[in-house]
Ligand binder design. Sequence first.
Ligand code: URP
Ligand code: ZN
Ligand code: ZN
Length: 467
Amino acid sequence: MRTAITGGTVVTAIETVLADVLIEGEIVVGVVHPDSEMTRTFAEGADRVIDAQGKFVVPGGIDAHTHLQATGQIAPVLETFETGTVASAFGGTTTIIDFAFMSGDERLPDGYERHRENAAGECAVDYGFHIMVANVDEQSPKEMDLLVREGVTSFKMFMAYPGRVYSDDGQILRMMQQAAENGSLIQMHAENGIAIDVLREQAAERGDIEPLFHGVTRTPILEAEAVHRAIALSEVAGSPLYIVHLSSSNALEEVVAARDRGLNVFAETCPQYLFLDLSDLDRPDFEGSKFVCSPPLRPQEHQDHLWRGLRTNDLQVVATDHCPFCWEQREIGRNDFRSIPNGLPTLEHRMELMFQGAVAEGRLSLNRWVDMCSRAPAKMFGLYPRKGTIAPGSDADIVVFDPNSPHTLSVETHHMNVDYSCYEGMRMTGQVEKVLLRGKVVVDGTEYLGTKGDGQYLPRDICSNLL
Ligand code: URP
Ligand code: ZN
Ligand code: ZN
């Protein structure tokens, strides 16, 4: 199957060029000048020519932080591998890296194997896994080595959620030492969960039980403290460190200071911390519960700092932390914010939201948009250059993006399996128009053209992003 995407502007993290993209089967074989001989002969013999006049042609997005079919919380995530990845395809994200988790007294490889079975044959986009680590003991570092050899090269640890997935500093240091040996990347949920639990309990005792108090008790000071401590532990271990879902200017300052000292410290933020804020948790009639995630939404003044961090590359990656819960599941915590399941639905909207905030509103360049949504996560998580760019030899995961197609985000039109939108009514300037997964057109406007199981499992290399 030969496909030519003609007349568009190809945008990668590095350059913006008027070029045609030539695809043979699943692979890009050329990015060439529109008037070249190669384009002419290729287009003549092509099975399909996609006209991208006036559109951007960008590498498929990579969302490095999703929780599909997760069951570790108060309520199960009802977004399945099938529903979540179809929504992902509609949003121009052609690769996800999902979190496999250990339940009960499972070992590290058990969670991975269960998650792989659940995902097999279900996914609409390509997928890999990180592991959520709990119950660290003397076996855990060896299990980590085993998984790295299988292509699972990143491990999330928690300084939050005592009694569930929390690890203490000794457990974290031990895993970081092993990561320094085997080349894997420790991802940190950095919030001081022990101190936060005291504040949560005190709030509930006072009768402060509304969703807003979820935000108020998880103060940014305790996010920054945990980031600082995680950096210190990784420096001692000599391992790189990646902070997930960084939400506050306080935490960002710690990352900036570490990077200024030349440490291999990286961080991601999420659209919710750039577009939503603490006041959303205070919406009346328990509506605020729709916005409960951890770390929580912050006062609006944090947002400029995060945009600046993206501009200076102190924040490298934008991922969604997609972890949706329906309204009925939120209701579990109506009488106590501590019982509201944590996580927001964003997977489908990341590319368009980030185009809006970055490019349409003039904060960042087109290339930076592609970098933080595609190339940086590919490099960070061992998928580059197969993914994250449009170049000869890379997978033909491609989005034809219309920069001038105003539309409104809404539960009425999204494909995520959740009965509200945290972005309801938000106006977007640009829109995903066509999506190719390894050369196959899987989305064309509002039509889904893929087949269940199109997505392939991706064993990953180690991070290729070190300073
Ligand atoms: O609230 C969140 N972020 N839920 C998902 C689990 C996590 O900590 O990433
Ligand atoms: Zn987390
Ligand atoms: Zn998460």
